[in-house]
Design a binder for this molecule. Structure first.
Ligand code: PEP
Ligand code: MN
Length: 371
């Protein structure tokens, strides 16, 4: 793996001797053209003072220093401050546990009996917010009948306005749990505050970290201390590397159960709520073993576009689809305008099931229900 990763740095002519030291090569430093002898000596001394071995290679045009040692002890960016260094090229990605190098096979996450990843699809559906028990019961019955395998609803809502509905809190968690139990569907709900992680984990099967909290590192650390599966949504201005680094926070605390979610990033066009970055799905697959699902509801904000984007996400390799469904969108406490009606959801699920079949994947059966 390491060997391959290094060889992918195709534009850099690697000196022959590097092939013998690849197994420990951590970072490559390209020195500036015209670097002085004093600067070269200083670079080597500095690398060794940091506890690493430095291997010098002088080419016709450029001098290269290979740094050998334990990469977890090094912050590559800081090396660019050494005089004479032109470029710092890390050999391994900064997200070590989330990377394919660490785990070449796709991870399969078990959400209370529902498998996600490795050909098993998660179909998460439900209203944006947890609402009254009768409505939740009705919606759960309908999405379950349509083939959803995880039931969602937010009890703690991160709203842009402090005056907007903030969620039912613990009462909402109780409603979601009871309805999930009645319909034998594992539940997904958002946790917004590190102080509530334990509480939310007691009630639900999967902890959602929303887009607005993707880089709340205290929250990520707390959910990492549980073993509850985590649905980590991409921040609206986050790069794919940012997303994987956030996953790394959870993994590095000892919780390996992370499912990523592409839910759209900020775009310039108000025709859609966000910009659905469908390419992020196959891009993540080239970098990480973690499952990634798509959320066309928040990505587009438009029920008329959700079916096409759900199909595109699945075709691009997503491990599931997350969709907001409401039986009376005009009465929804939040995100009503983007909700699919239960009938529309059922129709889409037919198409998704056919596509899954073509792709050789299957919608994970509910626990206790035959496939
Ligand atoms: C949600 O799932 O209702 C939600 C708020 O999602 P996001 O964090 O992606 O905006
Ligand atoms: Mn929502």
């Amino acid at each position: 793996m390491l060997h391959e990763a290094t060889m992918r740095l195709g534009q850099i002519p690697l000196p022959a001797f590097f092939s013998s030291i690849l197994l420990a090569l951590t970072v490559i430093l390209i020195l500036k053209s015209g670097v002085s002898e004093d600067q070269v000596t200083h670079v080597l001394e500095r690398v060794e003072a940091l506890g690493f071995q430095a291997h010098l290679s002088r080419g016709t045009y450029r001098t290269i220093v290979g740094i050998i040692g334990d990469e977890s002890q090094l912050t590559p960016e800081s090396l660019s401050a050494i005089p004479g260094v032109s470029k710092v090229i890390p050999v391994l990605p900064p997200y070590k546990l989330a990377s394919l190098e660490a785990h070449p096979e796709p991870s399969v996450i078990d959400v209370s009996g529902v498998k996600v990843g490795g050909g098993h699809l998660a179909m998460i559906a439900g209203p944006c917010s947890v609402e009254d028990p009768e409505r939740m019961d009705r919606i759960a019955g309908l999405v379950r009948a349509a083939g959803a395998n995880l039931f969602r609803g937010g009890a703690f809502k991160p709203r842009t306005s402090p005056y907007a509905f903030q969620g039912l809190g613990e009462e909402g968690l109780r409603i979601l749990r009871d309805v999930g139990r009645k319909h034998q569907m594992p539940t997904v709900t958002e946790v917004t505050d590190p102080r509530n992680v334990e509480l939310v984990a007691e009630y639900c099967d999967m902890l959602q970290v929303g887009a607005r909290n993707m880089q709340n590192f205290v929250l990520l650390t707390e959910v990492g201390r549980t073993q509850r599966p985590v649905l980590l949504k991409r921040g609206m201005s986050a790069t794919i590397t940012d997303l994987l680094m956030s996953a790394e926070y959870v993994l590095s605390q000892g919780n390996p159960n992370v499912v990523l979610c592409e839910r759209g990033v900020k775009g310039f066009d108000s025709a859609t709520r966000n910009l659905f970055d469908v390419a992020a799905v196959p891009a993540v697959k080239t970098l990480s073993h973690l499952p990634i699902i798509v959320d066309p509801s928040h990505a587009t904000g438009r029920p008329d576009l959700i079916p096409a984007c759900a199909m595109a996400g699945l075709a691009a390799g997503a491990d599931g689809v997350h969709i907001e469904v409401h039986d009376c969108p005009e009465e929804a406490k939040s995100d009503g305008p983007q909700a699919l009606l239960p009938g529309q959801y059922a129709e889409l699920m037919h198409q998704l099931r056919d596509l899954a079949h073509l792709l050789g994947k299957s919608i994970s059966p509910l626990p206790g229900v035959a496939a």
